[in-house]
Design a binder for this molecule. Structure first.
Ligand code: KG4
Ligand code: ZN
Length: 355
């Protein structure tokens, strides 16, 4: 039977029941595969992290990441299927991150997903990575429904997105230069902390005084929806260089805590501003940086002060993971959206307004 006919039959069968979706994420340095039933029942999630491998280079080396994804994708997928207590034949669809990300890394996941979907005769769904991060919120917060505003803050992106419907998005604001995670990673390096810098800065900041330095810029406190991290970064670097020249002693945890405060306050303030102007009452967060406890507590305080609901993903669904990709695919499937097998990976790419 033709692949398209088998997919059509599967879609017909899924009208009456919840699908079991295999979600694959390989856009950066994590090979992550999850099995999801329905919107939010994670049957398994297996992740192979390459952090230790890339740490010695101070960041992700694309070629090394791609090679490791190729090596790891089949065993990680097999482990996810086994841990879910299902067989390949139980899968109803295969979902995979198709953009944006490192091209070679994306292709490793994409080609595996295509081969699997084709051999099983089930739908194949290419998912935008940022859209995946946003969907992590549906896993942890059953009952959450659009519309809401979501801050997506990761190593490659920092955007405030109006989620109007499961397949309709509008970008309300975002960074003019570095992503929040990127800025954290760069300053962590200046402080002699290993990659990835975000969690290291968070740990280091625990022993610091966050009011020791004021790294805030005027641009980040104005009423425009966009923000910038280059000024904050330069302020930190200049201060460190001057201290070195004048042999002034610096307590590094104070720098980490003050820098973290400047970044997180910027993200929280601009997100609340965007939600207010869009007249939306629910705010969500997503992406690696959304694991940050300072950011979470800022949003908790602001939600009480301004009367909006604040939702966030469980920590394990903040960083790149297969479950969020499966969840995004679930909503696409419900809207009748599947991908053609000739869908290609893209390194760059804005989140589409309509999926
Ligand atoms: O979403 P993600 O796992 O990968 C990308 O799509 O980029 O985000 C990775 C970023 C890194 O820059 C990392 O330093 C940052 O998220 N990050 C954090 C925390 N955990 C990870 N930043 C601040 N606080 C954390 N706890
Ligand atoms: Zn990500």
């Amino acid at each position: 039977m033709l692949y398209s006919t088998r997919v059509h039959q599967k879609l017909e069968a899924l009208r009456d029941r919840d699908p079991i979706i295999l979600g694959i994420e390989t856009s950066c340095d994590d090979t992550s595969v999850a099995v999801l039933r329905g919107e939010n029942e994670v049957l398994s999630m297996c992740t192979n992290s390459q952090i230790e491998i890339h740490r010695e280079f101070g960041g992700v080396v694309p070629e090394i990441a791609s090679r490791n994804h190729v090596k790891n994708i089949a065993p990680v997928a097999r482990a996810a299927i086994e841990q879910a207590g299902i067989t390949l034949e139980d899968l109803d669809a295969v979902a995979v991150t198709c953009a944006p990300g490192l091209l070679g890394a994306l292709l490793a996941g994409l080609n595996f997903a295509k081969g699997l979907a084709f051999s099983l005769g089930i739908p194949y769904i290419g998912v935008n990575h940022i859209c995946g991060h946003i969907n992590a919120n549906f896993i942890t917060n059953p009952g959450l429904k659009p519309p809401f505003v979501c801050l997506v803050a990761s190593g490659g992106h920092s955007q405030v997105v109006h989620v109007k419907d499961y397949d309709t998005y509008e970008i309300l604001g975002g960074t003019c230069d570095d992503a929040a995670g990127e800025a954290l990673d760069k300053i962590a390096r200046q402080l002699g902390l290993p990659y990835p810098g975000g969690p290291e800065i968070e740990k280091f900041a625990e022993d610091g005084n966050e009011k020791a330095y004021n790294f805030k810029s005027q641009f980040n406190t104005n009423k425009q929806p966009n923000f910038s991290f280059s000024g904050i970064k330069t302020a930190v670097v200049n201060m460190l260089q001057q201290a070195k020249r004048t042999e002034k002693e610096i307590h590094y945890p104070d720098v980490a805590a003050s820098f973290q405060r400047a970044v997180m306050e910027t993200l929280a303030y601009k997100t609340v501003l965007c939600a207010h102007s869009a007249d939306v009452k629910t705010i969500a967060i997503a992406g690696g940086v959304s694991a940050n406890l300072k950011l979470r507590s800022l949003f908790e305080g602001l939600s009480k002060k301004y009367g909006f609901e604040f939702v966030r993903p469980e920590l394990q669904y903040c960083a790149d993971n297969g479950a969020m990709i499966a969840c995004a695919a679930y909503h696409m499937l419900k809207k009748g959206i599947t991908s053609s097998l000739d869908l290609d990976a893209k390194a760059s790419g804005e989140m589409p307004k309509h999926l």
